[in-house]
Design a protein around this ligand. Structure first.
Ligand code: SAM
Length: 302
């Protein structure tokens, strides 16, 4: 098989494989590799961490770019601060996946959070990111409020007895270990362990290249939750333009919190961000027609 990345310690080019998986052959992004830091096969996936000139260190799993030191703030802020400021008082938080620690880091900036349980299937991701990309977790793994469990997210939600105010599903794409996190069974169990007035947000790909993910996620979540939609963000290294996160709750009012209330909550939180603002929060739900039409298709009765 053509080598996708230089061997550990080597330099050269890293060619992402995303669109050969999903859609496009002959299109993709590649990074000039200053040095490959880790290149290994874990029990779940191929894990590579490499150094670049312009994006800092980069984590790729099974050929798909997961996060880079240069632009990780976009995704990690939008997957955490938007739902947590919408809710306003998340005390018990469940994070699925998120092995690099970025979601945990941003979530724990909210003083209301008293317990954040993070369930990551691959301990090697936690270990290698802690060792080689420590800024991603920024010490969150050592926070007394954090509980890191190495296990399959679908098993956790199936057996969980405790309830959560919010569930953030920061998974890989629906291929390989991440596939189970896009199923009816997973979403039904998430709803079972959500407290009244709770919400779930899930990673939902780049609609321009993965349109079917919007349709299927809307269809699946729509059969379980009262209020389902998407919001968008733009991450330079998630190629293909806008990325969507799926939003589901049985409390439609959560999605309609006013900018004034969000401004008040954001100010009271007392921390700075580099992408999230209350204005971005409100605007992110304003989907362009090409995405809104996919969501509408998923909402159709089959
Ligand atoms: N946080 C990064 C970002 O900015 O998008 C990348 C996502 S994170 C690396 C995705 C994680 O989901 C991976 O560490 C992967 O091991 C984990 N994962 C995949 N399937 C899983 C499952 N069934 N249960 C728990 N974690 C899973």
């Amino acid at each position: 098989m053509k080598r996708r990345s230089p061997p550990a310690g080597g330099s050269g080019w890293y060619q992402e494989r995303l669109h050969t998986h999903f859609t496009k052959k002959g299109y993709g992004q590649r990074f000039e590799v200053v040095r490959t830091i880790v290149a290994k096969r874990t029990p779940f996936q191929e894990l590579v961490i490499f150094e670049t000139r312009h994006f800092g260190r980069v984590l790729a799993l099974d050929g798909i770019i997961q996060t880079t030191e240069a632009d990780e703030f976009v995704y990690h802020e939008m997957m955490t601060h938007l739902p947590l400021f919408a809710h306003g008082r998340v005390r018990d938080l469940l994070i699925i996946g998120a092995g690099d620690g970025g979601i945990l880091r941003e979530s724990l900036r909210h003083r209301s959070v008293r317990r954040a349980v993070m369930v990551e299937i691959d301990g090697d991701v936690v270990e290698e990111c802690t060792r080689h990309m420590p800024g991603l977790n920024g010490g969150a793994f050592k926070d007394p409020r954090a509980e890191v469990i190495i296990g399959d997210g679908i098993d956790y939600v199936r057996k969980a007895k405790r309830k959560f105010d919010a569930i953030l599903v920061d998974s890989t794409d629906p291929i390989g270990p991440g596939e189970v996190l896009f199923t009816d069974e997973f979403y039904r169990n998430c709803r079972r362990i959500l407290k009244k007035g709770g919400l779930i947000v899930t990673q939902n790909g780049v609609p321009f290249f993965q349109p079917e993910e919007v349709v299927t996620t809307r269809r699946r979540l729509g059969g379980i939750f009262k209020d389902v939609t998407f919001y968008y963000l733009v991450v330079p290294t998630y190629i293909g333009g806008m990325m969507t996160l799926a939003w589901a709750s049985d409390a439609p009012g959560l999605r309609r919190v006013s900018r004034r209330v969000l401004e008040r909550r954001f100010k009271a939180a007392g921390f700075k961000t580099r992408y999230y603002t209350p204005g971005i929060h409100v605007g992110a739900f304003e989907l362009p027609p090409f995405i809104a039409e996919l969501a509408a298709k998923g909402a159709e009765r089959k």
